[in-house]
Design a protein around this ligand. Structure first.
Ligand code: COA
Length: 262
């Protein structure tokens, strides 16, 4: 049983690879406010850690990667609380995951349902073990897939597959999910983490800055974070100029800057 003080998400590191593990197996890794808060804090930590070059996200227990938003956690909220403290906060954290500087690999070592699939959609690559099922059951509970299941998931996977899950309640097994593009790789049960580490090691061999910039560009092409990418890239370029050094020096010296245009 998970106690109140135990983390909902475990952090581990294997060399340059960070490993996040949803650690609430008795509730099939259902995501409550504590889990969302911890994922958000871990994103900040990983963003700032220059030793981390790739991230793996998985779930404990083997039955579920995550069975989605904690039904008891959201069902008692007023509509305003639900919007403000559940949907918006979940969005902010899933955005942070999708926009991590480092490539993110999701290991679906169990079912990914509802918010669990939305969480997996934030990754750059999804590895599914052969026994897992994917679906968006929310409308069967009277709610919508509100952690980007109708937005990022549609952008990343295309509307047809999302319609089949979200409107018709279809649940796909790993092989069908591969054919629909919901996952990138299917491996035998128990082999997801080894495959993720193999791919993460490939990331770690490559140039970190080029990888970071490339991820940003791909995200921008998808409409994931266009404004931030534009200003980040332009800002980094401006920061490399002699003009910036001169502008700051002139400010400090209380004189007019003499810009060289380089
Ligand atoms: N929120 C909160 N608790 C959840 C949960 C969720 N989304 N999904 C599973 N759990 C809990 C169950 O309540 C149960 O807790 P209990 O042992 O205290 O009763 C435990 O996890 C195990 O789940 P259980 O339903 O007994 O397992 P199962 O093998 O019979 O069924 C599922 C597995 C995934 C089919 C079923 O748990 C399910 O349909 N979950 C909800 C999925 C969903 O609708 N997600 C979207 C939510 S918005």
């Amino acid at each position: 049983m998970t106690g109140a003080s135990e983390p909902r998400v475990r952090f581990g590191q294997d060399g340059a690879i960070a490993i996040l593990t949803l650690a609430r197996p008795d509730k099939l890794n259902a995501l409550d406010e504590a889990a969302i808060g911890e994922l958000g804090a871990l994103c900040q930590r990983i963003e700032r850690d220059e030793t981390i070059r790739a991230v793996i996200l998985t779930g404990e227990g083997g039955k579920a990667f995550s069975a989605g938003g904690d039904i008891g956690g959201w069902s008692g909220k007023t509509p305003l609380e639900f919007g403000r403290f559940w949907l918006r906060e979940g969005h902010a954290v899933f955005d942070a995951l999708a926009r991590l500087r480092q490539p993110l690999i999701a290991v679906l070592n169990g079912h990914a349902l509802g918010g669990g699939l939305e969480l997996a959609a934030a990754a750059d690559l999804r590895i599914a073990e052969s026994h897992v099922k994917l679906g968006l059951p929310e409308a069967g509970l009277g709610i919508i897939p509100g952690w980007s299941g109708t937005q990022r998931a549609v952008r990343r996977f295309g509307a047809p597959a999302i319609r089949r899950m979200a409107l018709f309640g279809e649940v796909f097994e790993a092989q069908a999910a591969l054919e629909l593009g919901l996952v990138d790789v299917v491996v035998a049960t128990g082999e997801g983490m080894a495959e993720a580490k193999r791919l993460a090691a490939k990331v770690c061999e490559r140039a970190p800055v080029a990888t970071e910039l490339t991820k940003m560009l791909i995200n921008a092409a998808e409409g994931e974070e266009r404004e931030r990418v534009l200003e980040t890239m332009a800002g980094m370029f401006a920061a490399s100029t002699e003009d910036l050094a001169e502008g700051v020096a002139a400010f400090r010296d209380k004189r007019r800057p003499d810009f060289s245009g380089r």
